[in-house]
Each structure stands twice: as C-alpha cells, then as structure tokens.
Design a protein. Structure first.
Length: 136
C-alpha cells in the first residue's frame, strides 16, 4: 500500500528535522512556526499559515464553523506545531478532530520541545467520514 502524500510528507519531516538540528529544542512555538514559514518559501512548498478549515455538519453538510491549524501544506496536509516538554494525547486528538470534520485526510503533529524531535503522522480517510457533503 502506497503512503498518502509520501514525497510531501518526507519533505515536511525533513524540514522539521533540519530546523531541530540547527536550532534545538526549548524555543517558543512561534519561533518554529516562523522558521517553517521561511523554509517552505525557500523550497517552494505551497502552504497557508493559520488557515481556516471548515467544519461540516454530519447531517446536512453545512459549514458549522472552522478550525485554525498552524499550517495547511499544498491543500493536502494539516501540520500542527508544538514546543512543549511533554507530548499530550490531546494534541493528537486535536489533529484527529481537524481530519474527521474536514476534507483533509492527513495530518502531522510535530513537537520541537523535547530532547529529540517528535513527529506523528495521523490519517483519517474520507471514506471513513460521515460528512454529508461532496469532499474533494
């Protein structure tokens, strides 16, 4: 089985590793966001910083609100950045919620605040969703 958005996923994780190796842990989250913002521009990866992602009603398909993750990469991958000294299950749940109620299927949680970079790939495919709307 082929990985979902394999090449783009490797690029994202590679850029995060590069930042971590050059800057280390313990900076504020916004520092890592700005560094990624710069890196994406340097390697010509299309992205939105703090985009609004629509939340759809499972019953009607109407937009009920929005979430604002850190990044949306090439309209395919949600990227959430953390800079905490511990990993929280709630952070993973946050991304799963983004995926469950949106048209996106792949998300990454990256925590720069630990002794080694933490990266978790989360998938929730559209065929599993109960959204009553036409997804891309």
């Amino acid at each position: 089985m082929e990985l979902l958005h394999k090449e783009l996923s490797y690029k994202i994780v590679g850029l995060c590793l590069d930042i971590y190796n050059n800057y280390g842990p313990y900076h504020k989250e916004v520092v890592y966001q700005r560094l990624l913002n710069e890196k994406f521009g340097l390697v010509s990866i299309k992205y939105l910083w703090e985009p609004k992602i629509d939340i759809y009603s499972q019953d009607t398909g109407k937009i009920m609100g929005c979430y604002v993750p850190d990044f949306l990469i090439e309209d395919k991958i949600i990227l959430e950045i953390k800079a905490t000294k511990i990993n929280c299950f709630r952070d993973e749940e946050q991304i799963l919620h983004y995926l469950k109620v949106s048209e996106y299927e792949l998300g990454f949680l990256v925590n720069f605040g630990l002794r080694s970079l933490y990266s978790k790939r989360l998938i929730y495919t559209n065929d599993r969703k109960k959204i009553n709307t036409k997804l891309r």
